[in-house]
Design a protein around this ligand. Sequence first.
Ligand code: CO
Length: 297
Amino acid sequence: MDAKILEKYKKAGQIAAHVRAETEKKLKPGMKLLEIAEFIESSIRKKGGEPAFPVNLSLNEIAAHYTPVYKDETTVEAGDLLKIDIGVHVDGYIGDLAFTWCSEKNPLIKAAEKCLGIGIKVSKPGVTVSELGKAIEDASKEQGIGLIMNLTGHTLDKFKFHGDPIIPNKETGNTHAFKEGDIIALEPFTVESNGWVNESAPTEIYKHVMDRPVRLKEAREILLMGRDQFHSLPFAKRWLYDKYSPVKVAMSLRQLEAAYAVEGFPVLKEKDGKKIAQAEHTIIVGEKPLVTTELKD
Ligand code: CO
């Protein structure tokens, strides 16, 4: 990998790590999710990065894709499992990390961290997608806990969260082998027994997919923002309210979604309401796997 690109991956990872550390110090039961989101996203910018996606603040049976709504009054309370997924990019090079916060000790959190740690250890050149998934799955079984079976890790590239190959947290038979310098994000989600997530309301996160003609002027402007300002990375409805009214934002996104110009990311909820923990790091595959999002200094 080009040395300049490597530096950007490291910088993005370290911004995410520092923001995580600051957030951990600040969190208290009773805090509003909106306050936490604004703190995290402004800290990323202050440190010279940009959010690679709106911070995900997912409570309990919500696995992912919750980001605060307009004037969100939701709070995190004692005993809640709050999954905080932070993405930072520096010139498009992404650091993606997640952790779970709870005011009390919770075995699911430790289990997620342990599964992630084992996945990181095997992230060496030549490891296949299936072997990596199996290592994480075995780690969960050894601890007697389950995983969300339809959520996966993924690869990363400039301005991109790749779907190919995805990295399921289980043995799949996929013989695609990773090589030195590949950028991957591993993110096991732990539950008391194997679980499954379904799409659910609300949808607060969108991304630009392609340019398409739409009627509303605001919709055309939002599409261009999604493409040029957010680089076709995910953005939040919330980020548009300093320019447009909530009504105009909602109308515009409806038009854009109907035209396949943007894609929405609905909240993902465990189908039986089981509580979920999550841990995630970004890793550069190597003989010594490099975890870019681990706090270095
Ligand atoms: Co990720």
